[in-house]
Ligand binder design. Structure first.
Ligand SMILES: NC(=O)c1ccc[n+]([C@@H]2O[C@H](COP(=O)([O-])OP(=O)(O)OC[C@H]3O[C@@H](n4cnc5c(N)ncnc54)[C@H](O)[C@@H]3O)[C@@H](O)[C@H]2O)c1
Length: 385
């Protein structure tokens, strides 16, 4: 009997690649995907090396993504979905090729490097009615879902202030001078990723997380970008003021030069009744603070929290879960939507809170607004919704 697992292919993620490992672990955890095809590298030899490690049939290793989209869309039992884990500047051509071929797309963030490409990709995804999921995995942590639930329930009252930090120290030294650092090579090259690659890379996560948890759109930004590491050719620190659609104010600190910070992702939201805080390095706990001095710590795995928190808690109280599980949670939600598509031929993305092509487009508009504000000495720039 044929497997009912979702047949999936991968573009990027060859030997030495970064985030593809988390995608593969995430998709394996609930056993709902079979990774059966790939164009894992621009080099066919390396692509075959990667495929051999993953026990993938060499006949389904392709010279490039275009050949893969064409062959897989016409073969019996071809892939139903593709995951794109290449550098940002290739997301548009790769994603478009698979959508045009009728294949669902799971694309890592940012959706594209270029705004015009983001607009066109969003339009294509909508026109095709296929699943387009962007892997903003942080909004798939169980306690981030709990935070979003509490905000929707009114636990904070009227949201007044939102502070988000994605201030990492991964590039507080001149890592781009090390030729073997594959991840630094494209991120810190302005010719490939632009001078605002920091905002595309980490800023889009902070922006999506703020929108997801608060339920508010970011309508305006005022930004100052700077370069802390001498000789670096891209910005490595950003101080961004934001205005939200309900009138709340806030700030995003996005950095790759935050010395000593490992990943540095956290948010704090302040309403008129309470405030709420979550930190990605300690993801099981959500702290609420009240005006009368009371503090309440919600712990992942406890009863009487939201359905989503319970659904996404895998083992239970006291058994730490984190980054890999967030990918697994996201892949499981995507599988729910793709399986529904098999039955109804409609990508009912609203069935699960998947970051989609609209989120991707708003993320790229945010990057461009930050750049425009910086270039006008921090003037407020409106983000079209
Ligand atoms: N969701 C997250 O938390 C998260 C974390 C890290 C990176 N990312 C995103 O994932 C993507 C990849 O980042 P990374 O750090 O893993 O990069 P990387 O440089 O480590 O890996 C990129 C891989 O893509 C391959 N590649 C490049 N162009 C290709 C092409 N045209 N066809 C096939 N393969 C090609 C490279 O050989 C390499 O194997 C980026 O868009 C990045 O923003 C997301």
């Amino acid at each position: 009997m044929a497997s009912t697992r979702i047949r999936i292919g991968m573009v990027g993620g060859g030997p030495g690649a970064g985030i593809a490992k988390a995608h593969r672990m995430g998709m394996r955890l609930d056993n709902r995907y079979d990774l059966v095809a790939g164009a894992f590298s621009r080099s066919l030899k390396k692509s075959h090396q990667g495929a051999a490690e993953l026990k993938i049939d060499p006949a389904r290793v392709y010279e490039d993504y275009a050949q893969m989209a064409e062959k897989e869309s016409t073969r019996e039992e071809g892939i139903e979905a593709v995951v794109i884990v290449t550098p940002n500047d290739s997301h548009y051509p790769v994603a478009s090729a698979f959508l045009e071929a009728g294949i669902h797309v799971i694309c890592d963030k940012p959706m594209t490097g270029d705004l015009d490409e983001a607009e066109r990709l969003h339009a294509l995804a909508e026109a095709r009615g296929l699943v387009f999921a962007l892997t903003h995995n942080y909004s798939a942590y169980a306690m981030v879902r709990e935070a979003a639930h509490l905000v929707r329930e009114g636990a904070l009252g009227e949201l007044r202030i939102a502070m988000v930090e994605h201030a990492s120290g991964w590039a507080c030294a001149k890592v781009e001078d090390d030729a073997s650092n594959k991840q630094a090579a494209w991120r810190l090259d302005p010719a490939q990723s632009g001078t605002t690659s920091l905002i595309s890379d980490l800023g889009t996560h902070a922006h999506q997380l703020l929108r997801f948890v608060s339920g508010q759109e970011v309508t305006e930004v005022s930004a100052e970008l700077s370069t802390c590491v001498p000789g670096r050719r891209v910005f490595d620190d950003a101080q961004i003021q934001v205005r939200l659609e309900n009138g709340a104010r806030g700030s995003l600190w996005v950095s790759m030069a935050a010395t000593g910070h490992e990943h540095g992702l956290r948010f704090r939201l302040f309403g008129d009744k309470a405030s709420l805080e979550w930190c990605q390095m300690d993801p099981h706990y959500l702290t609420l603070k009240y005006p009368d001095g009371r503090r309440e710590t919600r712990v992942q795995g406890h009863d009487s929290q939201s359905d989503d928190q319970a659904r996404l808690t895998r083992i239970g109280l006291g058994h730490p879960e984190g980054f890999i599980e967030s990918f697994a949670n996201l892949y499981s939600d995507i599988a729910d939507v793709i399986e529904r598509y098999r039955d109804t031929s409609q990508a009912a993305c609203q069935a699960r809170p998947l970051p989609n092509s609209r989120d991707g487009l708003l993320g790229v508009r945010f990057v461009k607004a930050v750049d425009a504000s910086h270039n006008t000495q921090g003037q407020w720039v409106t983000i079209a919704l």
